[in-house]
Design a protein around this ligand. Sequence first.
Ligand code: 5AD
Ligand code: SF4
Length: 465
Amino acid sequence: MNIELPILTSEQETEVAEQQLNRKLYVETYGCQMNVNDTEIVQGVMHKHGYDVTDTPDNADVILLNTCAIRDNAEKKIHERLNHLKYYKKRNKDLVVGILGCMAERLRGDLLGEKNLVDLVVGPDEYRRVPELVENALGGGQGVAVKLSRVETYDDIIPLRTEGISSWVSIMRGCDKFCTFCVVPFTRGRERSRGMQSIVDEVKYLWDSGFKETTLLGQNVNSYRDEEGGYDFADLLDACAKAAPQLRIRYTTSHPYDMSDKLIETMAMHKNICEYIHLPVQSGSDRILKLMNRHYSVEHYIERIAKIKEYMPNCALSTDIIVGFCTETEEDHTMTMQLMREVRYDGAYMFNYSPRENTKAWKMGDDVPDEVKTRRLNEIIEQQTKIAAEINKTEEGKTFEVLVEGPSKSSTKNNSNDQWRGRTDHNKIVVFPHSESVSYVVGDTINVRVNRSTSATLFGDVVAG
Ligand code: 5AD
Ligand code: SF4
């Protein structure tokens, strides 16, 4: 079922805004950082239509789940969450429940039948229509909006950010790489970039509004292109770094194929561009990389890492790795292990291959048994944990500039407030003792001398600058 709805005129929109001033919207975000920013975009759109954002589903009139479809278990999580939401709907018959994001795009109208619960399904390029679809749902209707666009970038929408220190800025949407395992080109559509000036203006505005850190986001940021000005991603990064020289700037995600010398040189030129690169390798076997349609060889990848280290010897590196891709042998797996030892990543996101319908790899079959995938996954996790712990051990005794984020996870859990956390330029979490008498606040940059470490965290004491 695909119910097309009329677009509201601006007069009607004003009317809606006036009527809805007391309605509460709760959005739950799953998956990647693009989704975090998309949620802020949807909140921005809904706020303009008179909705207040709440951080709990308990008193919400509208609950939206912004979903991920990258692996099967990401989708399973959403089905389970919908089971929980049944109770909210029982308590409040007028509650509106919607599914946004990649899973909405993939499953479309099928989701409307889900547990007699879902009222609207909206794909990543149709967020401007969320108010209209919610309005329709409040009147008892159901709606689906999943058209993909070649031009939508939400350039003119001000995301409603609820966090005041770190911010996300989408610079491009979609992906044209078509890695054979990946559903993103189907759920997020063709690649398109925002104009450079509007991004630079947003970055400057974020600094002026008190944000201390911004991450430029895209599925593949280094194929960013401002067609009108002929600017590439390195130009954009350079312009952002100059527009807000004290703002910490990060970006994600890069593709090794497009990791140009110019980009590496630009990073090295600016102190406020963090020396941290997430460069997904996926596999250490050329045969598997070819099957994955990744467009680079292990040799090219290693050469790019060497270039990064030449310009930024201390640059932190992280990666994504998939184990158990179609036809992966023990030999391929050994090559991945070897590559990880050679690069020595500070961090890695590691996954079992999950076949996705409609991708090229779906047709290649899924011939590595689950227990083999899991054994290989455990092997790479174990090796990576050891490498990260060794790297972090070498940080002990050093002093880092740390952007203060607030109470550490364990402090929050036991309500003690005696340990706070922050992040280094290298994106590493640092935990340090905190008391009422300290002079720093959230958002300050302080110096912390590291005295202890694990594979995931550095611990230290605040020292004078
Ligand atoms: N199965 C497992 N992992 C996947 N990724 C993307 N598609 C799949 C899949 N089908 C991983 C890749 C990508 C990261 C965001 O998710 O490693 O870089
Ligand atoms: Fe998916 Fe590959 Fe595009 Fe990344 S580059 S979003 S893995 S298709």
